[in-house]
Design a protein around this ligand. Structure first.
Ligand SMILES: [Zn+2]
Length: 465
């Protein structure tokens, strides 16, 4: 039988606010446990939560970036359950009336629907050490949005593509830092398999808290195969929650899935319904920055960049900012992109900070375009600029790094090289391509790396070819 997979994703995203959702404790990662807490976020009786407007605005921006309708009225509900990291005994979330609905993400011509985006608070964190368990409430009350897709995704590859697009939109709108290693973006997957063309849903498994897009893809592919094999054997998969083990590349059953009705959602009577006026939405819409897709169009049409260039530059907001600022000052933006991707990005540390000013990158690029320096000098200059800032043109002049464009000078180097390397010249005349490369290298070394590579190539061909 032919099968098809039905996949939906639920992504929890930490909002990039200064403070928590209902109190003024700071929203920061990696601080000493229980130092970012107050009576409100630790659920003390008699405390009054106050909604953080900045969080609401970021959630609306997420909705706008994901083509959603913004609800005029939404409401907070209590999701009741008991857990040691949830001192209130309930999580404040939006259940019946979410803030944003009916959006989509375009993944290369196919639209994946977004059912809803709702605002909610995060819970604390349990830390297990030996036979002891500690609780850290720093994360309690941190603002999240949960972005729930429709079950429109058909494969692990599509899921990874959806997540990549989603991350780009959330990053460029400033909604979240999307740091997966800090838990700012957490993915839950729902997978089921059914006979191709059927409108019924097969038994669904949920895989929780997968911490990379690659693992999400792998987990989904594993689950689809597992379900299909069970059906082929005449069995039915269990509806259950499973976890993905990255080492064995398999999923394992955790518990059978609880019905959402068991949570007993009730309206949170501490809040009046959240009212968002059209004017407020319009105001935020006006302030929306260009999304990655819109930037890509400009890069390709105005600057002549390739898909590969765009994908690399649009990985991080500050990469894009650096490129755009440099491109404005560049005579050849495509050359600037090439320098950024092949030389500057190779210098990045794990913090991914670009330590070169965009204006300096443009200066180096322009000297290359004007044929004042060649590409190997450009590379050396960028490596030096990574360590310290300096005026590029002055430095090139003082250190005589000009490209050698003089035919006579280069011809002399070629003659010398040919004289000293007769075997290579013979190989070259026999048509060996490697010999040309070797010869070019030798001449380049004689020219201290400053030969005009195009001219050098032409001259070698003329003189020895
Ligand atoms: Zn607090």
């Amino acid at each position: 039988m032919k099968y098809e997979a039905v996949i939906g994703l639920e992504v929890h995203v930490k909002l990039k606010t200064n403070t928590k959702l209902f109190c003024s404790c700071r929203n920061e990662f990696g601080k000493k446990p229980n130092t970012l807490v107050c009576p409100v976020c630790t659920g003390m009786p008699g405390t009054l939560p106050r909604l953080n407007k900045e969080a609401v605005n970021l959630a609306i921006k997420a909705g706008l970036g994901l083509n959603c309708k913004i609800s005029k009225f939404s409401r907070f509900d209590r999701k009741n359950y008991y857990y040691p990291d949830l001192p209130k005994g309930y999580q404040t979330t939006q259940y019946e009336m979410p803030l944003c609905t009916d959006g989509y993400i375009d993944i290369g011509g196919r639209k994946i629907g977004i059912e809803r985006i709702h605002l909610e608070e995060d819970a604390g964190k349990l830390i297990h050490e030996g036979d002891k368990t500690y609780v850290d409430f720093n994360r309690s009350g941190v603002p999240l949005v949960e972005i729930v897709s429709r079950p429109d995704i058909g494969s692990g590859e599509e899921a990874a593509l959806y997540l990549k697009k989603l991350r780009g939109i959330l990053l460029f709108t400033g909604v979240s830092d999307c740091k997966i290693n800090e838990g700012s973006m957490r993915v839950d997957v729902n997978v089921s398999v059914r006979p191709k063309g059927s409108s019924l849903f097969g038994a669904k498994t949920e895989i929780k808290n997968i911490n990379s897009f690659q693992f999400t893809q792998e987990a989904i592919e594993y689950e689809i195969k597992r379900h299909m094999e069970l059906y082929e054997e005449g069995n039915t998969p269990q509806s259950e929650t499973r976890r993905y083990d990255e080492k064995s590349k398999k999923t394992y059953a955790m518990r059978t899935k609880e019905d959402s009705s068991l949570y007993m959602y009730l309206p949170d009577t501490e809040f009046v319904p959240l009212y968002i006026s059209e004017e407020e939405v319009d105001e935020l819409r006006k302030k929306m920055p260009l999304l990655p897709e819109e930037r890509e169009k400009i890069y390709v049409n105005d600057y002549g960049l390739t898909d590969f260039d765009c994908e690399n530059i649009l990985q991080e907001v500050h990469f894009a900012t650096c490129f755009e600022e440099a491109a404005k000052l560049s005579k050849d933006a495509k050359n600037t992109a090439n320098l950024l991707i092949s030389h500057v990005f190779s210098l990045l540390d794990s913090d991914k900070v670009v330590r070169i000013k965009p204006s300096r990158l443009a200066e180096v690029s322009n000297l290359m375009t004007d044929e004042v320096i060649n590409s190997s000098t450009a590379k050396k200059l960028l490596e030096k600029l990574w360590e310290e800032d300096f005026d590029v043109e002055t430095y090139v002049k003082e250190n005589e790094l000009f490209q050698i464009n003089d035919k006579d000078v280069l011809s002399k180097f070629i003659e010398e090289a040919a004289e000293e390397n007769k075997k290579i010249v013979d190989d070259y005349k026999k048509g060996k391509k490697k010999a040309l490369k070797a010869l070019t290298g030798i001449v380049m070394a004689k020219a201290k790396g400053r030969a005009n590579p195009k001219l050098l190539n032409t001259l070698i061909n003329e003189m020895l070819g």
